[in-house]
Design a binder for this molecule. Structure first.
Ligand code: ATP
Ligand code: LTN
Length: 340
Protein backbone atom coordinates (compact mmCIF):
# COMPACT_ATOMS: atom_id res chain seq x y z
CA UNK A 1 0.00 0.00 0.00
CA UNK A 2 1.20 3.49 -0.76
CA UNK A 3 2.45 5.42 2.25
CA UNK A 4 0.29 8.56 2.31
CA UNK A 5 1.61 9.89 5.61
CA UNK A 6 3.28 13.26 5.09
CA UNK A 7 6.94 13.45 6.14
CA UNK A 8 7.15 16.24 8.73
CA UNK A 9 8.89 19.23 7.15
CA UNK A 10 12.33 20.02 8.53
CA UNK A 11 12.63 23.14 10.68
CA UNK A 12 14.20 26.09 8.94
CA UNK A 13 17.54 27.70 9.89
CA UNK A 14 18.64 30.96 8.36
CA UNK A 15 21.57 33.29 8.84
CA UNK A 16 23.74 35.82 7.03
CA UNK A 17 27.01 37.66 7.35
CA UNK A 18 27.84 41.02 5.83
CA UNK A 19 30.63 40.87 3.25
CA UNK A 20 31.99 44.11 4.67
CA UNK A 21 35.28 42.47 5.65
CA UNK A 22 36.95 39.08 5.47
CA UNK A 23 35.59 36.30 7.69
CA UNK A 24 37.34 36.00 11.05
CA UNK A 25 37.63 33.59 13.95
CA UNK A 26 34.71 35.27 15.79
CA UNK A 27 32.43 34.80 12.76
CA UNK A 28 33.57 31.18 12.48
CA UNK A 29 33.34 30.09 16.12
CA UNK A 30 30.28 32.25 16.87
CA UNK A 31 28.27 31.43 13.75
CA UNK A 32 29.59 29.48 10.74
CA UNK A 33 30.94 26.48 12.69
CA UNK A 34 27.46 25.92 14.13
CA UNK A 35 25.92 26.16 10.68
CA UNK A 36 27.95 23.19 9.50
CA UNK A 37 26.53 21.05 12.28
CA UNK A 38 22.91 21.76 11.37
CA UNK A 39 22.86 20.63 7.76
CA UNK A 40 21.16 17.26 8.16
CA UNK A 41 18.62 18.13 10.80
CA UNK A 42 17.36 21.42 9.32
CA UNK A 43 16.52 23.06 6.03
CA UNK A 44 19.27 25.72 6.00
CA UNK A 45 19.51 29.06 4.19
CA UNK A 46 22.76 31.05 4.43
CA UNK A 47 23.49 34.23 2.57
CA UNK A 48 25.96 37.03 1.98
CA UNK A 49 24.24 40.14 3.42
CA UNK A 50 25.43 42.61 0.79
CA UNK A 51 22.38 44.88 1.13
CA UNK A 52 23.26 45.31 4.79
CA UNK A 53 26.92 45.99 4.12
CA UNK A 54 26.29 49.25 2.20
CA UNK A 55 25.00 50.87 5.39
CA UNK A 56 28.73 51.56 5.79
CA UNK A 57 30.55 52.96 2.73
CA UNK A 58 32.17 50.18 0.67
CA UNK A 59 34.57 50.12 -2.23
CA UNK A 60 32.41 48.51 -5.01
CA UNK A 61 35.15 46.26 -6.45
CA UNK A 62 36.16 45.10 -2.98
CA UNK A 63 32.55 44.40 -2.02
CA UNK A 64 32.07 42.23 -5.11
CA UNK A 65 35.32 40.36 -4.41
CA UNK A 66 34.50 39.79 -0.74
CA UNK A 67 30.97 38.60 -1.49
CA UNK A 68 32.25 35.81 -3.74
CA UNK A 69 35.17 35.06 -1.38
CA UNK A 70 32.73 34.73 1.47
CA UNK A 71 30.74 32.15 -0.48
CA UNK A 72 33.94 30.16 -1.15
CA UNK A 73 34.75 30.35 2.56
CA UNK A 74 31.27 29.16 3.61
CA UNK A 75 31.76 26.11 1.39
CA UNK A 76 35.33 25.56 2.61
CA UNK A 77 34.08 25.66 6.20
CA UNK A 78 31.91 22.66 5.38
CA UNK A 79 28.59 24.14 4.27
CA UNK A 80 27.72 21.85 1.41
CA UNK A 81 25.81 23.71 -1.35
CA UNK A 82 24.04 20.48 -2.28
CA UNK A 83 22.44 20.34 1.16
CA UNK A 84 22.12 24.04 2.06
CA UNK A 85 20.74 27.01 0.13
CA UNK A 86 23.57 29.52 -0.33
CA UNK A 87 22.75 32.83 -1.95
CA UNK A 88 23.56 36.51 -2.31
CA UNK A 89 20.99 38.71 -0.56
CA UNK A 90 20.68 41.31 -3.37
CA UNK A 91 19.79 38.54 -5.85
CA UNK A 92 16.48 38.00 -4.08
CA UNK A 93 14.66 41.32 -4.45
CA UNK A 94 11.97 40.30 -1.95
CA UNK A 95 14.40 41.18 0.89
CA UNK A 96 14.36 44.87 -0.02
CA UNK A 97 10.60 44.83 -0.61
CA UNK A 98 9.66 43.18 2.67
CA UNK A 99 12.30 45.34 4.38
CA UNK A 100 10.38 48.44 3.32
CA UNK A 101 7.07 47.05 4.53
CA UNK A 102 8.50 46.02 7.89
CA UNK A 103 9.96 49.50 8.32
CA UNK A 104 6.36 50.61 8.60
CA UNK A 105 5.80 48.18 11.47
CA UNK A 106 9.00 48.98 13.40
CA UNK A 107 9.04 51.85 15.85
CA UNK A 108 11.53 54.70 15.95
CA UNK A 109 12.06 54.02 19.67
CA UNK A 110 12.84 50.36 19.03
CA UNK A 111 15.42 51.17 16.37
CA UNK A 112 16.98 53.84 18.58
CA UNK A 113 17.68 51.27 21.28
CA UNK A 114 19.76 48.95 19.07
CA UNK A 115 23.33 48.68 20.37
CA UNK A 116 24.76 47.89 16.93
CA UNK A 117 23.27 51.17 15.63
CA UNK A 118 24.75 53.09 18.55
CA UNK A 119 28.18 51.46 18.11
CA UNK A 120 28.29 51.86 14.35
CA UNK A 121 27.09 55.47 14.44
CA UNK A 122 29.81 56.27 16.93
CA UNK A 123 32.38 54.67 14.58
CA UNK A 124 30.98 56.31 11.42
CA UNK A 125 29.98 59.72 12.69
CA UNK A 126 30.27 61.22 9.19
CA UNK A 127 27.80 58.73 7.65
CA UNK A 128 24.90 57.99 10.03
CA UNK A 129 22.49 57.18 7.23
CA UNK A 130 18.88 55.98 7.25
CA UNK A 131 19.91 52.46 6.26
CA UNK A 132 22.13 52.10 9.30
CA UNK A 133 19.16 53.08 11.45
CA UNK A 134 16.56 50.83 9.77
CA UNK A 135 18.99 47.91 9.33
CA UNK A 136 17.05 45.71 11.84
CA UNK A 137 13.84 45.90 9.75
CA UNK A 138 15.76 44.54 6.77
CA UNK A 139 17.24 41.82 8.96
CA UNK A 140 13.71 40.97 10.15
CA UNK A 141 12.67 40.72 6.49
CA UNK A 142 15.61 38.37 5.76
CA UNK A 143 14.42 36.04 8.47
CA UNK A 144 10.64 36.27 8.17
CA UNK A 145 10.59 35.80 4.37
CA UNK A 146 11.76 32.20 4.88
CA UNK A 147 9.48 31.42 7.85
CA UNK A 148 12.68 30.55 9.72
CA UNK A 149 12.43 28.69 13.03
CA UNK A 150 15.97 29.38 14.24
CA UNK A 151 18.65 32.00 13.61
CA UNK A 152 22.19 30.74 14.35
CA UNK A 153 24.19 33.85 15.28
CA UNK A 154 26.72 35.13 17.80
CA UNK A 155 25.63 36.80 21.03
CA UNK A 156 25.83 40.34 19.57
CA UNK A 157 22.85 39.65 17.25
CA UNK A 158 20.47 38.57 20.02
CA UNK A 159 18.93 42.03 20.29
CA UNK A 160 18.15 42.12 16.54
CA UNK A 161 16.61 38.65 16.76
CA UNK A 162 14.40 39.76 19.61
CA UNK A 163 13.24 42.79 17.64
CA UNK A 164 12.46 40.47 14.71
CA UNK A 165 10.22 38.44 17.01
CA UNK A 166 8.44 41.59 18.19
CA UNK A 167 7.86 42.73 14.60
CA UNK A 168 6.51 39.28 13.60
CA UNK A 169 4.15 39.16 16.58
CA UNK A 170 2.96 42.73 15.91
CA UNK A 171 2.23 41.98 12.26
CA UNK A 172 0.51 38.68 13.08
CA UNK A 173 -1.67 40.40 15.68
CA UNK A 174 -2.87 42.95 13.14
CA UNK A 175 -3.33 40.70 10.09
CA UNK A 176 -3.55 37.14 11.39
CA UNK A 177 -0.88 34.41 11.31
CA UNK A 178 1.54 35.45 8.56
CA UNK A 179 5.04 34.93 9.93
CA UNK A 180 6.65 32.18 11.95
CA UNK A 181 8.07 33.75 15.14
CA UNK A 182 11.78 32.71 15.10
CA UNK A 183 14.23 32.06 17.91
CA UNK A 184 17.92 32.93 18.08
CA UNK A 185 20.20 29.87 18.21
CA UNK A 186 23.34 30.82 20.11
CA UNK A 187 26.06 28.34 21.04
CA UNK A 188 27.31 28.13 24.63
CA UNK A 189 31.00 28.33 23.75
CA UNK A 190 32.36 30.74 21.16
CA UNK A 191 29.29 33.00 21.02
CA UNK A 192 31.38 36.02 21.95
CA UNK A 193 35.05 35.84 21.00
CA UNK A 194 36.94 38.89 22.18
CA UNK A 195 39.70 40.85 20.47
CA UNK A 196 43.21 39.46 21.06
CA UNK A 197 44.46 43.01 21.47
CA UNK A 198 41.69 44.18 23.77
CA UNK A 199 39.84 41.33 25.48
CA UNK A 200 37.05 43.57 26.73
CA UNK A 201 35.77 44.34 23.21
CA UNK A 202 34.52 41.75 20.72
CA UNK A 203 36.74 40.44 17.96
CA UNK A 204 35.70 42.40 14.89
CA UNK A 205 36.95 42.89 11.36
CA UNK A 206 37.27 46.61 12.02
CA UNK A 207 40.11 45.86 14.50
CA UNK A 208 42.62 43.90 12.33
CA UNK A 209 45.27 43.65 15.07
CA UNK A 210 43.10 41.82 17.53
CA UNK A 211 41.40 39.81 14.81
CA UNK A 212 42.43 36.47 13.27
CA UNK A 213 41.09 36.12 9.72
CA UNK A 214 40.25 32.70 8.28
CA UNK A 215 42.63 33.38 5.40
CA UNK A 216 45.57 34.47 7.61
CA UNK A 217 48.79 32.54 7.01
CA UNK A 218 50.04 30.29 9.89
CA UNK A 219 52.95 32.65 10.72
CA UNK A 220 50.58 35.59 11.11
CA UNK A 221 48.22 33.58 13.31
CA UNK A 222 51.12 32.43 15.52
CA UNK A 223 52.33 36.02 15.87
CA UNK A 224 48.86 37.32 16.76
CA UNK A 225 48.45 34.71 19.51
CA UNK A 226 51.96 35.27 20.91
CA UNK A 227 51.13 38.97 21.19
CA UNK A 228 47.64 38.39 22.62
CA UNK A 229 47.03 40.58 25.64
CA UNK A 230 46.92 38.47 28.80
CA UNK A 231 46.20 39.68 32.25
CA UNK A 232 48.48 41.66 34.48
CA UNK A 233 47.81 39.50 37.55
CA UNK A 234 50.90 38.00 39.14
CA UNK A 235 49.52 34.45 39.08
CA UNK A 236 50.46 33.67 35.46
CA UNK A 237 48.19 30.63 35.64
CA UNK A 238 45.58 29.36 33.19
CA UNK A 239 42.29 29.80 35.02
CA UNK A 240 38.83 30.83 33.76
CA UNK A 241 37.61 34.08 35.35
CA UNK A 242 36.07 36.55 32.90
CA UNK A 243 35.93 39.51 35.29
CA UNK A 244 39.49 39.33 36.61
CA UNK A 245 41.23 37.48 33.76
CA UNK A 246 39.44 38.50 30.54
CA UNK A 247 42.47 37.87 28.30
CA UNK A 248 43.18 34.31 29.47
CA UNK A 249 39.46 33.52 29.68
CA UNK A 250 39.03 34.58 26.05
CA UNK A 251 41.95 32.36 24.98
CA UNK A 252 40.40 29.51 26.96
CA UNK A 253 37.07 30.00 25.18
CA UNK A 254 38.86 29.87 21.84
CA UNK A 255 40.84 26.76 22.83
CA UNK A 256 37.71 25.09 24.19
CA UNK A 257 35.72 25.87 21.07
CA UNK A 258 38.50 24.57 18.80
CA UNK A 259 39.39 21.39 20.73
CA UNK A 260 36.07 20.57 22.43
CA UNK A 261 37.85 20.45 25.83
CA UNK A 262 36.09 21.83 28.91
CA UNK A 263 37.56 24.68 30.97
CA UNK A 264 38.42 22.19 33.75
CA UNK A 265 40.31 20.00 31.31
CA UNK A 266 42.20 23.01 29.94
CA UNK A 267 43.16 24.18 33.44
CA UNK A 268 44.52 20.70 34.19
CA UNK A 269 46.36 20.46 30.86
CA UNK A 270 48.24 23.71 31.55
CA UNK A 271 48.58 23.32 35.30
CA UNK A 272 51.92 24.75 36.43
CA UNK A 273 52.64 26.22 32.99
CA UNK A 274 52.35 29.94 32.37
CA UNK A 275 50.84 32.10 29.63
CA UNK A 276 54.11 31.72 27.70
CA UNK A 277 53.21 28.07 27.02
CA UNK A 278 49.45 28.50 26.78
CA UNK A 279 49.34 31.31 24.17
CA UNK A 280 51.33 29.49 21.44
CA UNK A 281 49.37 26.30 22.16
CA UNK A 282 46.11 28.13 21.42
CA UNK A 283 47.73 29.62 18.29
CA UNK A 284 48.78 26.14 17.10
CA UNK A 285 45.30 24.70 17.64
CA UNK A 286 43.78 27.57 15.63
CA UNK A 287 46.39 27.19 12.85
CA UNK A 288 45.57 23.49 12.48
CA UNK A 289 41.83 24.16 12.49
CA UNK A 290 42.09 26.90 9.86
CA UNK A 291 44.70 25.27 7.59
CA UNK A 292 42.27 23.04 5.63
CA UNK A 293 39.70 25.85 5.46
CA UNK A 294 42.23 28.25 3.93
CA UNK A 295 43.54 25.67 1.47
CA UNK A 296 40.05 24.61 0.43
CA UNK A 297 38.91 28.26 0.05
CA UNK A 298 41.83 28.95 -2.27
CA UNK A 299 40.99 25.89 -4.34
CA UNK A 300 37.29 26.77 -4.61
CA UNK A 301 37.97 30.43 -5.35
CA UNK A 302 39.90 29.47 -8.44
CA UNK A 303 36.71 27.97 -9.91
CA UNK A 304 34.57 31.03 -10.57
CA UNK A 305 32.13 29.12 -12.79
CA UNK A 306 31.36 26.71 -9.96
CA UNK A 307 30.77 29.56 -7.52
CA UNK A 308 28.45 31.30 -10.00
CA UNK A 309 26.53 28.08 -10.40
CA UNK A 310 26.14 27.77 -6.61
CA UNK A 311 24.83 31.30 -6.10
CA UNK A 312 22.56 31.08 -9.15
CA UNK A 313 20.88 27.92 -7.92
CA UNK A 314 20.79 29.29 -4.38
CA UNK A 315 19.01 32.47 -5.48
CA UNK A 316 16.47 30.47 -7.50
CA UNK A 317 15.62 28.28 -4.54
CA UNK A 318 15.53 31.17 -2.09
CA UNK A 319 13.35 33.28 -4.43
CA UNK A 320 10.70 30.60 -4.65
CA UNK A 321 10.29 30.63 -0.87
CA UNK A 322 10.58 34.40 -0.49
CA UNK A 323 8.03 35.06 -3.24
CA UNK A 324 5.40 32.98 -1.46
CA UNK A 325 5.71 34.91 1.80
CA UNK A 326 5.84 38.31 0.11
CA UNK A 327 2.69 37.56 -1.91
CA UNK A 328 0.88 36.73 1.30
CA UNK A 329 2.10 39.94 2.95
CA UNK A 330 1.04 42.13 -0.01
CA UNK A 331 -2.41 40.66 0.19
CA UNK A 332 -2.65 41.10 3.96
CA UNK A 333 -1.65 44.77 3.96
CA UNK A 334 -4.13 45.58 1.17
CA UNK A 335 -2.14 45.94 -2.06
CA UNK A 336 -4.05 45.30 -5.31
CA UNK A 337 -2.99 41.98 -6.84
CA UNK A 338 -0.44 42.42 -9.61
CA UNK A 339 -2.14 41.50 -12.93
CA UNK A 340 1.00 40.20 -14.70
P1 ATP B 1 31.55 44.38 12.32
O1 ATP B 1 33.02 44.49 12.53
O2 ATP B 1 31.05 45.09 11.10
O3 ATP B 1 30.75 44.60 13.55
P2 ATP B 1 31.59 41.59 12.68
O4 ATP B 1 32.99 41.25 12.48
O5 ATP B 1 31.05 41.68 14.05
O6 ATP B 1 31.26 42.89 11.89
P3 ATP B 1 29.24 40.46 11.49
O7 ATP B 1 29.11 40.43 10.01
O8 ATP B 1 28.50 41.55 12.18
O9 ATP B 1 30.77 40.50 11.89
O10 ATP B 1 28.80 39.07 12.13
C1 ATP B 1 28.54 37.88 11.43
C2 ATP B 1 28.19 36.76 12.40
O11 ATP B 1 29.32 36.47 13.23
C3 ATP B 1 27.05 37.09 13.35
O12 ATP B 1 26.29 35.93 13.60
C4 ATP B 1 27.76 37.53 14.60
O13 ATP B 1 26.96 37.36 15.74
C5 ATP B 1 28.97 36.62 14.60
N1 ATP B 1 30.09 37.26 15.27
C6 ATP B 1 30.72 38.40 14.90
N2 ATP B 1 31.72 38.71 15.72
C7 ATP B 1 31.74 37.72 16.66
C8 ATP B 1 32.55 37.46 17.79
N3 ATP B 1 33.55 38.26 18.13
N4 ATP B 1 32.30 36.35 18.53
C9 ATP B 1 31.30 35.51 18.19
N5 ATP B 1 30.49 35.70 17.13
C10 ATP B 1 30.69 36.78 16.37
N1 LTN C 1 22.98 41.62 11.26
C1 LTN C 1 23.86 40.53 11.08
C2 LTN C 1 23.91 40.02 9.67
C3 LTN C 1 22.57 39.61 9.19
C4 LTN C 1 21.81 38.48 9.65
C5 LTN C 1 20.59 38.52 8.93
C6 LTN C 1 22.06 37.47 10.57
C7 LTN C 1 21.82 40.26 8.27
N2 LTN C 1 20.62 39.62 8.10
C8 LTN C 1 19.60 37.56 9.12
C9 LTN C 1 21.05 36.51 10.76
C10 LTN C 1 19.85 36.57 10.05
C11 LTN C 1 25.25 41.00 11.52
O1 LTN C 1 25.54 42.15 11.49
N3 LTN C 1 26.05 40.11 11.92
Amino acid sequence: MENTQAVPAKKIMLSGIQPSGDLHLGNYLGAVKNWTELTDEFDCYYFMADLHSITVRQNPAELRRRTVNQLAQYIACGIDPEKNTLFIQSHVHEHAELGWILNCYTMFGELSRMTQFKDKSAKNAENINGGLFTYPSLMAADILLYQADFIPVGEDQKQHCELTRDIAVRFNNIYGETFKVPEPYISKVGARIMSLGNPTSKMSKSDPNGCVFLMDKPDDIARKFKRAVTDSDTENCVHYDVSNKPGVSNLMSIYSSVTGKTFDEIEKEFDGQGYGVFKPAVGDAVIEMLRPIREESERILADKAYLKDVYTQGAQKASAMARRTLRKVYKRVGFVEKPF
